[in-house]
Design a protein around this ligand. Structure first.
Ligand code: PGA
Length: 246
């Protein structure tokens, strides 16, 4: 059985004080009966790891370098993330793809390095509004997954979570309907099944794009939706707890 995972992507938000307040809010909620992870900005990773020490809530990073180490000013390696106590890393978020030119090749390199460092790679895929209007959403996510499906081993896939995030639903307040999301999640699972039945059965596929406490239960009850990657609503402890409880 795939356990529901609720992942909070804080993006470039929060301060040290906010990190403390938000995490204390989550800790006060007690057992959330699903897997929970938070993804603060790099400077607050070690703080988050120590605030959450002893709890079941995991800490992840929002990005990593596509290089192992060396003269790459400003970059942060997957080994450093693991050394700081991070256990997951988001890779290929649509904001990284659109604003920082991350290609599928870069996404593969980062995923490779994340797995080598012992991290779980949360790899994002998803189509833009134009692509959806043109009926190309399946073609787009299939292309984004091609290299990962051909290059990663079965063992690697045990440390991969796929996040389907339609770009038109990110930060827009517009959510894919549970049926729309289920349809593409089911399609992604058939792509995984063409690679291996076990990978299809075991890999979690999260939905992302304006997930809130009000829509989470409907989304998470779909057969192929195994949780959410939550942006805006993860900055509000009560909202995020509401999503976890859904
Ligand atoms: P949102 O962001 O929940 O604010 O739409 C989701 C994401 O980008 O991961």
């Amino acid at each position: 059985m795939r356990r529901i995972l609720v992942a909070g992507n804080w993006k470039m938000n929060a301060s040290s004080a906010d990190t403390k307040a938000l995490l204390n809010g989550l800790l006060d909620a007690g057992n959330l009966s699903c897997d929970v992870a938070v993804f603060p900005p790099f400077p607050y990773l070690t703080q988050a790891v120590s605030e959450l020490n002893g709890s079941a809530i995991r800490v992840g990073a929002q990005n990593c370098s596509d290089q192992r180490s060396g003269a790459f000013t400003g970059e942060v390696s997957t080994e450093m993330l693991a050394d700081c106590g991070a256990e997951l890393v988001i890779i290929g978020h649509s904001e990284r793809r659109a604003l920082y030119g991350e290609t599928d090749e870069v996404v593969l390199s980062k995923t490779r390095l994340a797995i080598d460092a012992g991290l779980v790679a949360v790899v994002c895929v998803g189509e833009t509004l134009e692509e959806r209007k043109a009926g190309r959403e399946e073609t787009v996510v299939a292309a984004q997954l091609t290299l990962l499906l051909s290059e990663l081993t079965d063992a690697d896939w045990k440390n991969v979570v796929v996040a389907y995030e339609p770009v038109w639903a990110i930060g827009t307040g517009e959510t894919a309907s549970p049926e729309q999301a289920q349809a593409i999640h089911a399609y992604i699972r058939t792509l995984l099944a063409e690679r291996s039945a076990n990978i299809a059965e075991e890999t979690r596929i999260l939905y992302g794009g304006s997930v809130k406490s009000a829509n989470a239960a409907d989304l998470f009850s779909q057969t192929d939706i195994d949780g959410g990657l939550v942006g805006g609503a993860s900055l509000d402890a009560a909202e995020f707890i509401g999503i976890c409880r859904a």
